[in-house]
Ligand binder design. Structure first.
Ligand code: URA
Length: 243
């Protein structure tokens, strides 16, 4: 059971005080009857709520796979820049957030949800969730780049990263080297800083996967879709929320 004003606020229908006004002015119906008390408790699992004639279903958790484009920021709100949440246009809930951050100029896989426990588990160092990136790199990589990454590299501030797996793709793009780098942690600008430690500059970065969640090749840049049941179950299994 929950209050009708909370129900509508969680479903992104306005602020709590805007919603109270809408309810008091008779715009909300529960099971076909107008209700005027914001504190009215309803059963969100069985009762039908409508606002100005439009039915508003209740969803507890939402999960979206977004192909983040460059130029938007991994935040829920920003005064200047477009955020990843602005791209999820048919979300139902008002409490979604991105799981972790990609830099403004980084593209690729981003999970958007309101499931705090799953997010925490995916980001927690204890779970060592692998993240694979495609990085286009400028400058000559040292001959032992793969083994340096395998041993962990020392960043400019003295921190040593955990071992990472570097794969050099055979073809070049102009003078740039195409690489795949898999890391197990998520330090600030980690991939860029790891290549910097090897004397190179990342000129393009795209996240391909996060654990067993892989960016859908059918998604266009900037597009998103709900996670499938299978993807969600696999994430829950991977993070120990289900066996
Ligand atoms: N590493 C980076 O340097 N940037 C990102 O956005 C993600 C990982």
């Amino acid at each position: 059971m929950m209050r009708i004003d909370k129900y509508l606020a969680e479903m992104g229908q306005g602020t709590r005080s805007e919603i109270k006004k809408l309810i008091r002015s008779g715009r909300v119906m529960v099971d076909g009857e107008t209700v005027k008390k914001p504190e009215l408790k309803i059963d969100e699992t069985t009762q039908k709520v409508s606002l100005e004639g439009k039915q508003i279903g209740y969803t507890k958790k939402e999960y979206y796979m977004l192909y983040k484009p460059a130029g938007v920021i991994s935040a829920t709100k920003d005064d200047r820049d477009k955020t990843v949440l602005d791209l999820i246009t048919d979300k139902k809930r008002n409490d979604l957030f991105p799981v972790g951050r990609l830099d403004k100029d980084t593209e690729g896989l981003l999970l958007i949800t309101n499931d705090g426990e799953l997010a925490h588990r995916l980001l927690s160092p204890a779970h060592h969730v692998d993240k694979q990136y495609y990085a286009l790199v400028e400058g000559e990589l040292p001959a032992d780049a793969v083994s340096q990454m395998e041993q962990g590299v020392t960043l400019e501030d003295g921190t040593v990263t955990r071992p990472a797996r570097l794969e050099l793709l055979p073809e070049k793009e102009g003078e740039f080297t195409k690489t795949l780098l898999t890391i197990h942690e998520g330090k600030f600008h980690q991939v860029k800083r790891m290549f910097e430690a090897l004397g190179c500059k990342v000129v393009f970065l795209k996240r391909l996967s996060m654990g067993n969640l892989v960016l859908d090749p059918e998604l266009e840049t900037g597009a998103y879709r709900p996670l499938t049941e299978g993807e969600l179950t696999n994430l829950r299994i991977m993070t120990g929320m289900e066996d």
